[in-house]
Ligand binder design. Structure first.
Ligand code: MN
Length: 293
């Protein structure tokens, strides 16, 4: 059993001054299982006329995973999907070989609170056809005064039905009254915890909102001391045993693959297609950070 690693998230601008807390990847920790990206959005109350508007942008080699806590967000993609996601729901988009999407808070001046995650695809699935699924209801139960939502994978005899390509799990724990909760863990998984609201105690250490705790592998159970009004995100998965290159919105097996995706996006290639009804907004890829590709 490893010591708990404390990682402070960092603020990142996802466009138009919309600041998010990025917990993964960080210098100290790039992944937890196949989970390779974790942004905590809000909670934020937008001023009148303001909202989150992320124009059309491509992805490859990953699944995007959106967990909505407050507000409403409209997802549109190049497969023709248009889906509003509401609190308590998950959107799962498989980029595989390539997809384009846009994301907009539905009403300007609304509140927004969400977690945006990416899941790296292993080599045998990284080039798979793109897809999109909306999960309006998830397994949810109460334990020790805490409401637990199973976001991904299997946990305590329950099952979230989406297809993932690596063994992983995701849980949301929400405690109004606070208190201790015991959770069974898989010793083959590594785990990480981000407090989205309030603070948590793990093995006598306190973790504040937006502090990420990396727990490593080898644990069979976990006792959490939840503060009143806290909400936490627990991620787990079998350590990802393959090299992963991440740059901008692309995940790939090599720098060459990512360079090709960047060129094809900038050339308007059919590989990515278009988001219909999106008035042509399109994000520009920054220059590649490597020469010779
Ligand atoms: Mn995206």
């Amino acid at each position: 059993m490893e010591q708990i690693q404390r990682i402070g998230g960092r603020l990142s601008d996802i466009g138009d001054g919309m600041m998010v807390l990025r917990a993964l990847p960080s210098r100290q920790r790039r992944m937890v299982g196949a989970w390779c990206f974790l942004d905590h959005l809000g909670p934020v109350q937008f001023a009148a006329g303001q909202g989150m508007h992320v124009g059309a942008h491509p992805h490859t080699g990953l699944q995007t995973f959106t967990w909505l806590i407050e507000g409403e967000v409209l997802h549109r993609d190049s497969l023709g999907n248009e889906q509003i996601i509401r609190p308590g729901q998950v959107n799962l988009m498989t980029a595989g070989r390539g997809i384009v999407h846009s994301e907009d808070s539905l009403n300007d001046g609304q509140r927004l609170h969400a977690a945006q995650l990416w899941i790296a695809l292993p080599a045998e699935a990284s080039d798979c056809p793109a897809g999109f699924e909306h999960y309006p209801e998830l397994p949810r139960w109460d334990q020790a005064g805490c409401t637990i939502t199973l976001l991904a994978g299997r946990f305590a005899g329950r099952h979230m039905p989406a297809i993932f390509h690596s063994p992983l799990v995701g849980l949301d724990l929400c405690s109004k009254s606070g208190g201790r909760i015991d959770l069974p863990l898989d010793p083959e998984f590594e785990y990480g915890i981000l407090s989205l609201e309030g603070s948590i105690g793990i093995a006598g250490e306190r973790f504040a909102t937006n502090e990420f705790a990396y727990l490593g592998t080898g644990r069979q159970q976990l006792a959490l001391d939840l503060a009143v009004g806290s909400r936490i995100l627990l991620l787990g998965g079998r350590p990802f045993g393959e090299p992963v290159v991440m740059w901008w919105n692309f995940v790939g097996l090599s720098k060459g693959e990512i360079a090709r995706a960047q060129r094809e996006w900038e050339a308007g290639s059919e590989r990515f297609g278009r988001v219909a009804g999106d008035s042509g907004r399109r994000l520009v890829a920054p220059p590649l950070p490597w020469s010779g590709y």
